[in-house]
Design a protein around this ligand. Structure first.
Ligand SMILES: Nc1ncnc2c1ncn2[C@@H]1O[C@H](COP(=O)(O)OP(=O)(O)O)[C@@H](O)[C@H]1O
Ligand SMILES: [Mg+2]
Length: 431
């Protein structure tokens, strides 16, 4: 039986075989009811990738994202410790990865697997601890940024302010003045600087209100201190779950999406910078054969509901930082997994740069068309036919490998850890 290896070129296949790959699925042979599972499908986790993970609601995207995170934690230590993973949890569902998936014992046994929990690092915004304590939700660490970490554009996008408007002009002055001191500042400092501006009372008031709301987000340090070190979030061999599910108050968009995007923006920007620095050190180390300094591991960022962060139309604070990952991430070694139920709402450049595409069933014509556009060159039939032939099982998907230009039908493997994202049902189990 031959294994299917996705995301690895011939040279690497010869050199490393399947070392550093995660077994994410099994290949389906035959169609619909006749299909049966055969060879394992392995995904390279060691080189930088852009992975698109699509499928309509309830087909297994979040579940599959968890499976890939599990595989990152199951790699042999010698590889695992060279990788760090951030999982952006928009729904607050991935904390359950600490617990074994007892409900799928039977399914797991068919795959020669067993339920087990993983030592994930659950991180929440520093200012939201009380909410989690009150609701009895456990977490491991907190994170916060320094207001200085934000550039003017990020403030404007988070507050939904046009920089050419009156408020935008005041914001520009405030941020410029604040950055003139060579020291850290707080949101209270920004409010004070706003008060001193020459502008109409209404404009100043409106901007101050926005800074006050930003305090409620709980993602900023209250004192004049640096933000959480990225080394506390991107940890060798571990997966950090960054829970951003709890933003109620947002200035500009419903459901706090612009704040969520701001968190992703800051993480993406800081990680990329640190990886660029680390890559240089890695190369120096290779040349000189000795330790030259602390380095951030090669980083994976897995993002659920990715169209909210990197939309096709419009911009969020995360748009530019994520596009940078897409465009230049290969060299410093950052990988992205973008999960969405609406590939046609995801930024075109991100979709077209995906070198691995996993798609659970899609039914909307627009989404199928968006997928067909990129898969075009490999397709023998219309993409709709591939979905039509997939057995109607949760986790069934097609996977496209840009390296080998092959497309396979497969079923993602069951999760070893508990998945908290399923839809609830009003019928309770009886004895
Ligand atoms: N590979 C799989 N094997 C078995 N069950 C799965 C698989 N993928 C998904 N499921 C089931 O489908 C449900 C919905 O999956 P989920 O990932 O939450 O959907 P969504 O695509 O909306 O993120 C899960 O709760 C799980 O019960
Ligand atoms: Mg989901």
């Amino acid at each position: 039986m031959f294994d299917i290896i996705i995301g690895r070129d011939e040279e690497d296949k010869k050199k490393f075989k399947d070392t550093g790959c995660g077994v994410i699925a099994k290949h389906f042979v035959g169609s619909k009811g006749e299909a049966h599972l055969t060879n394992p499908v392995k995904l390279d986790l060691t080189r930088p990738h852009i992975v698109g993970l699509f499928g309509k609601r309830g087909q297994g995207k979040s579940f599959s994202m968890g499976t890939i995170a599990e595989e990152l934690m199951l790699l042999p230590d010698s590889i695992r410790f060279n990788l760090g993973t951030i999982m952006i949890d928009t729904m607050g569902i991935f904390w359950s990865m600490k617990k074994p998936n007892e409900k799928d014992v039977h399914l797991l046994s068919q795959w020669d697997m067993y339920p087990r929990g993983f030592d994930v690092n659950i991180c929440i915004p520093e200012g939201q601890q009380e909410i989690y304590h009150k609701e009895g939700i456990e977490f491991d660490t907190t994170f916060a940024f320094a207001p200085k970490d934000l550039d003017l554009g990020s403030w404007a996008l988070s507050f939904n302010i046009d920089l050419d408007s009156e408020m935008g002009i005041v914001l520009t002055k405030v941020i410029r003045e604040a950055n003139e001191f060579d020291m850290l500042y707080t949101l209270d400092d920004l409010i004070e600087i706003t008060k001193e501006q020459k502008a109409t009372g209404f404009v100043k008031e409106a901007l101050i209100n926005r800074f006050l709301v930003a305090k409620d987000w709980g993602i900023f340090k209250e004192g004049k201190e640096s933000g959480t070190s990225i080394y506390d979030l991107v940890i060798p061999g571990r997966v950090s779950i960054v829970d951003i599910s709890r933003f109620k108050l947002a200035v500009s968009s419903e459901g706090g999406w612009s704040v969520k995007a701001l968190v992703v923006a800051l993480l993406a920007r800081i990680i990329l910078q640190e990886r660029i620095r680390s890559r240089r050190l890695e190369e120096l180390e290779e040349m000189e054969g000795k330790f030259v300094g602390k380095k951030l591991p090669i980083t994976w960022m897995l993002i659920d509901e990715a169209h909210q962060f990197l939309p096709r139309v419009g911009m969020t604070p995360a748009s530019l930082p994520l596009l940078q990952w897409v465009k230049i991430g290969r060299e410093p070694g950052v990988s992205l997994l973008l999960a969405t139920q609406m590939p046609n709402k995801l930024h075109e450049e991100a979709v077209s740069q995906c070198d691995v595409l996993i798609s659970h069933r899609l039914t909307s014509k627009k989404d199928i068309d968006a997928l067909s556009d990129i898969m075009q060159t490999y397709l023998r039939f219309g993409i709709a036919d591939y979905f039509e032939n997939l057995p109607r099982l949760k986790g069934a998907a097609i996977i496209l490998d840009d390296n080998s230009e092959h497309l396979y039908a497969m079923r993602m493997r069951p999760r070893m850890s508990w998945h908290a994202g399923g839809s609830p049902i009003a019928i309770k189990k009886t004895e």
